[in-house]
Design a protein around this ligand. Sequence first.
Ligand SMILES: C[S@@+](CC[C@H](N)C(=O)[O-])C[C@H]1O[C@@H](n2cnc3c(N)ncnc32)[C@H](O)[C@@H]1O
Length: 317
Amino acid sequence: MSRFRPEDDLWRFFWGALTTRALALAADLGVADALADRARHVDELAAEAGADADTLRRILRALASEGVFAEDSPGVFRNTPMSEALRRGGGLDDFAHLFGGAWHRAAGGLTATERATFPEIHGTDFWSWLADRPDERAAFDRAMGTGRQWKVERASAVEWRGDETVVDVGGGNGALLIELLRQRPGLRGIVFDLPETTRDESAFGDRIEFAAGSFFERVPPADAYILSTILHDWDDVDAARILRTIHEAAPVGARLVVIDAVIPSGNEPHGAKWLDLLMLALFGGRERDQEQWRTLLEHSGFEPVRVEDGLIEGVCR
Ligand SMILES: C[S@@+](CC[C@H](N)C(=O)[O-])C[C@H]1O[C@@H](n2cnc3c(N)ncnc32)[C@H](O)[C@@H]1O
């Protein structure tokens, strides 16, 4: 049972947008790294970061009221476990930057229509916006890398034959395929994505190659195709177009491995219920329930063989 009155819960939701923005400001200013070794006065932090000291104190004080940083004496802040998680390089700092930056503005424009708001607010679609901003593209690719572990666990749950060629369609920086092939020495892999993704190909090893292209045009032929958090970026029409591109390249019997949420029915909390709204704002995309996944696969030439949260498998007919 909530320890707050219903009104208090609502107030926490109301200022959630401010929390998101304050987290981005703290992450962008590198406050968690500046506090890595010791507590420090906000005047010093602000001078180093080029911020206004009074404003930075107000931002940190608000965050500290939620357990992100702590103010031990007036103006002196230290890290807490939550603010530690915002240190550079962990990926959550990049998520803080995205959620409280370009995504925040897109979410702020959300309406009860099927329209993506990102293109209206930023003047172009999200992928083109990233292509024009290498720093944002790198932040996005690092952020995606933070989900690597659960994605690898889902991909490992597949019964791989052992000698297959696997294409990671929209594989980003290759983090998932690198880890999967480390665990499965018989597999070979191709990371397929837009050319502007940031990646360290020296980490790929000799069994993985990168192929640039658009999944609306063609994908390489292979025995299996992974789509990790790809289809939720697209509405049903475009998701089916991606699956049909794969279907054209895939031999009968080829496997489709989709790593995406399956929205449960009922009122249980599930991150995908909120991610669904972000997908709508950014791309006009959506999270899907059991029924919607089955329909999408069946209408695109694949027989669904497993539909569970985080892992949807199909076979090319
Ligand atoms: C949400 S990210 C997922 C990245 C990676 N699969 C993962 O699980 O971390 C979506 C990926 O789709 C890629 N993408 C977007 N449009 C694409 C297109 N037309 N063709 C190929 N890849 C595309 C993006 O560059 C990005 O890397």
